[in-house]
Design a protein around this ligand. Structure first.
Ligand SMILES: [Zn+2]
Length: 256
């Protein structure tokens, strides 16, 4: 499938709001940081980070406190000149079975459907996002497409599909850095299980150094995700069009 330059194919200024949905406090920049850098200081661009709330104490062992991650994200959003919203839903790793102290998930990656115990969260997210998009005019939403199968990304993608209507257009971004190691999931994305297929492709040529510097501002995540700066750069260059690094976006439609 041939890919079009996103900013040539779609005039973002025609939308009252352009929203990048970010399950966690880094996803929007990890996957769309090059695009966000090009749109720097655009007043209609908003990043909504949904799963950035504080869990009850004690914090699950081995995880960074959301407060630390929110501070990192605020600095990045200020650097990009982007409007942002931190929403208080919990990260999947902190969500518990309703009425119990047990966590819903031991493993949150590589899933192709959410746990039944997570239905309440999925409904709450849908209600929240519908309310937000209902208040807007014509809007363009960028959602993760759940490459890598992180359950929060998957739920966001499923909810985003339900937001599409005459006023709201949804495009899907490739979940980075998962996608760099899971390219074989395209075109068979985790969403193909839901009767969807890729129907159009767009890309945005990025400034790799600018993206690298934004990614490095999420200090708490660096050592877990990237063994070294060289690995980080290799991940930024994983996808190229005409030998230039790009971020790729997809339209998904129901299989006929
Ligand atoms: Zn994430």
């Amino acid at each position: 499938m041939s890919s079009q330059q996103l900013l040539n194919a779609i005039n973002l200024s025609e939308f009252e709001k352009v929203i990048i949905l970010s399950p966690h406090l880094d996803d929007a920049v990890y996957s769309c940081g090059g695009l966000l850098w090009q749109l720097k200081d655009s007043c209609n661009v908003h990043v909504i980070t949904t799963n950035s709330g504080d869990p009850s104490m004690p914090l699950r062992q081995g995880h960074i406190a959301p407060a630390i991650r929110r501070k990192e994200d605020i600095l990045v959003m200020q650097k990009i000149g982007c409007q942002f919203l931190h929403v208080g839903f919990l990260d999947a790793i902190f969500r518990r079975i309703d009425g119990s102290l047990d966590y819903i998930y031991d493993n949150i990656i590589g899933l192709d459907k959410p746990a039944a115990e997570d239905q309440l969260y999925q409904e709450a997210l849908a209600t929240f996002l519908k309310k937000i998009t209902h208040q807007m005019g014509k809007s363009l939403i960028f959602s993760p497409m759940a490459i890598g199968g992180h359950v929060d990304h998957l739920i966001t993608a499923l909810v985003s599909l339900g937001l599409e209507d005459g006023q709201t257009t949804v495009l899907f971004y490739e979940d980075w850095p998962y996608v760099a190691n899971n390219l074989q999931q395209i075109p068979k994305t985790p969403l193909s299980k839901y009767g969807l297929e890729l129907s159009a492709s767009y890309h945005c040529t990025i400034d790799p150094e600018a993206k690298q510097s934004l990614v490095r501002m999420y200090e708490s995540q660096l050592s877990t995700l990237f063994e070294s700066d060289a690995v980080l750069l290799k991940n930024i260059y994983f996808r190229k069009v005409e030998d230039k690094p790009v971020e790729q976006f997809w339209k998904l439609t129901k299989k006929r």
